[in-house]
Design a protein. Structure first.
Length: 497
């Protein structure tokens, strides 16, 4: 059975059923029918007016192309949220409907799982848990709204690799759409939306009215085979999409939005201790990092010891005025390796691609490849920062020194950039084996201090613009050494510029 959306959201079929077809009948009872017809139209008008003021139905506000009314069936059994008593008026709380649906789907495990269709409408809900072998399908015009009253948000233990909620000690709020120990989960749709209504949370955070760390919008933990595609995620209270200690995660064709200012910590995607992950064809414009690859915090992350590895990021457009387009760290204590970032476009942003860490983090960042990155009006392009001192607590191991090595930047182009490169290694954390090739970045300011380095060992292949710092060895295009650097530890870091 193909699930068709119900009459309220399907104007054409719904309308047709009410047009009288028997003309004889019609002529005999014309006055009566006309009266009934008019009464009916008035009823519809008032009903629609009320629904519209409640932010609900869209019948007279927007046309849905008919192909969008028939949702694909991606599992043997498909349910509609309304089957479980869901009401999409933006006011009614649908937590029980979502929970019943998840329970029903959890019983279909052996039959290939189940699909939950969320039709057009505003579906207010408190946090709920996903189940395995399921597809959550958001129709066009479907908006899942997170309730913004924290008393509905359950508290959960801190993540083991963080030891704390990220902003407060002790428990943290769970996520709006949560899952743990799952397998085979798909969240997709015709660009329906999951909206965290973060405004209230951001305000309370700024006013210091919260005693626990805010919850992410979608958090999937200890799970495998996860696909998130063709949807929009917006206004998360905290990090938007947080896959934690997962394997085989694909995020494709997702739009992530939050205000670029005053939406604190609304990172787009935070792959955290994850393995085998692809993020592609996404548009991200948020109030913190677009993507931040992590693997736990200081001694807690070192003890948990789960790296983020084999991560491929491509075809992304990112905007961020507060932080960076794609970051690694600063919590990277379990290690981060084998990450490829390609075909990335960062525009009107503060920073583009950044690796951040600090003494005490431990772990490593290695085998990182950036390829074909476009910088369009960003303040700082390429950054490595080794003094990002933000510790979980004072118990961190002073001897846990992170390793940064085998990092390459190829085909990085752009214009309107203030500081194209700032690689700030230190005596404690030198940056080793870094490669630059095919770089041309148009600058906005004076020609001094535009390629900043300290404690960097590595090479430049061919000609690049701006001219590299003296810390790097120079090779020609054929890979022949032209000049070996004798001043790898020299520092030309200038934060004032
Ligand atoms: C989701 O499941 C986790 C783990 O069982 C639990 O701690 C959490 O409270 C659940 N969340 C909700 C909203 O039921
Ligand atoms: C991306 O998702 C939108 C709906 O969100 C869909 O219309 C479009 O075809 C998708 N693009 C690809 C390449 O899958
Ligand atoms: C999906 O919806 C968002 C928000 O409404 C919009 O910005 C984006 O362009 C849409 N994506 C596609 C592929 O239609
Ligand atoms: C936060 O903690 C303080 C001090 O314990 C307490 O007065 C306040 O009511 C708490 N706020 C919330 C929102 O729980
Ligand atoms: C990864 O997950 C996808 C579903 O998202 C699945 O189709 C695929 O078979 C999985 N890959 C592996 C290697 O298990
Ligand atoms: C996204 O939507 C497009 C267009 O409907 C469809 O072709 C594609 O398979 C969807 N992608 C995923 C990963 O669901
Ligand atoms: C690095 O990650 C890619 C996937 O992005 C994977 O295909 C490759 O095998 C990984 N390389 C190593 C050495 O593990
Ligand atoms: C580089 O990335 C841009 C998108 O940022 C893309 O349009 C272009 O085709 C890519 N170039 C190559 C050679 O892949
Ligand atoms: C330097 O890093 C590159 C990757 O960027 C790697 O292929 C190479 O083996 C590394 N060299 C050494 C000496 O480790
Ligand atoms: C540069 O610093 C590194 C690491 O701190 C050190 O091992 C090396 O001896 C220094 N090299 C020079 C030439 O001072």
């Amino acid at each position: 059975m193909v699930e068709t959306l119900t009459p309220t959201s399907s104007p054409s079929s719904w309308w047709c059923r009410w047009i009288p077809t028997n003309t004889t009948f019609f002529s005999l009872h014309k006055p009566l029918l006309l009266a009934l017809w008019l009464a009916f139209l008035f009823t519809v008008f008032y009903w629609q007016r009320d629904a519209a003021t409640a932010g609900g139905l869209l019948l007279f506000r927007r046309d849905f192309p008919s192909r969008m009314l028939i949702l694909p069936k991606l599992r043997p059994v498909a349910f509609n949220l309304k089957d479980f008593g869901g009401v999409g008026d933006g006011i009614t709380l649908n937590t029980a409907a979502f929970e019943s649906a998840m329970l029903a789907i959890s019983k279909l495990r052996k039959k290939g799982g189940g699909q939950l269709n969320v039709p057009p409408g505003y579906w207010l809900t408190a946090p709920f848990n996903l189940t395995s072998h399921m597809t959550l399908f958001l129709a066009e015009g479907a908006v899942i709204l997170g309730i913004d009253d924290e008393k509905y948000w359950p508290l959960m233990p801190p993540l083991p690799s963080y030891g704390y909620g990220r902003e407060h000690p002790g428990p943290r709020f769970g996520s709006l759409i949560h899952g743990q120990n799952l397998k085979d989960v798909v969240v997709t749709g015709y660009n329906g939306t999951i909206d965290g209504q973060g405004q209230t949370w951001w305000k309370k955070y700024r006013q210091k009215l919260l005693n626990n760390t805010r919850g992410p919008l979608v958090q999937i933990m200890w799970s495998t085979d996860i696909l998130i595609s063709n949807i929009t995620l917006r206004d998360s209270p905290f990090w938007t999409l947080h896959p934690y200690d997962c394997k085989n995660v694909t995020i494709r064709n997702v739009t992530i939005l939050a205000p670029i200012f005053e939406a604190p910590n609304t990172d787009g995607i935070d792959p955290d201790s994850c393995e085998d992950m692809v993020i592609e064809n996404c548009y991200i414009s948020v109030g913190d990092d677009g993507i931040a690859i992590k693997s736990g915090w200081d001694q807690y992350g070192i003890a948990y010891a789960r790296p983020s590895t084999n991560i491929r990021i491509r075809n992304l457009v990112v905007r961020t005025m507060v932080s960076a387009g794609v970051s690694i760290g600063s919590e990277m204590s379990g290690g981060v390796s084998n990450v490829t970032v390609e075909n990335l476009h960062v525009w009107n942003s503060r920073r583009a691609i950044r690796i951040k860490t600090a003494p005490g983090r431990g772990g490593y960042v290695r085998h990182i490849t950036y390829q074909n990155v476009t910088l369009d009006n960003v303040r700082v392009g390429i950054i490595v920062k080794t003094d990002y001192n933000e510790y979980a607590d004072d118990e961190y191991d002073r001897n846990a020194i992170p390793i940064l090595e085998d990092i390459s930047y190829t085909s990085i182009h752009g214009e309107g950039v203030r500081v194209p490169v700032r690689i700030h290694g230190s005596d404690e954390i030198p940056v080793r084996n870094i490669t630059f090739r095919d770089i041309s970045i148009g600058i906005t300011h004076k020609k001094q201090h535009i390629f900043q380095c300290s404690y960097v060992q590595g090479r430049v292949i061919g000609n690049i613009f701006p001219a590299p710092c003296e810390n790097l060895d120079l090779y020609d295009e054929q890979g022949q050494l032209i000049k070996r650097s004798v001043s790898q530890n020299m520092s030309v870091i200038d934060y004032d510029f």
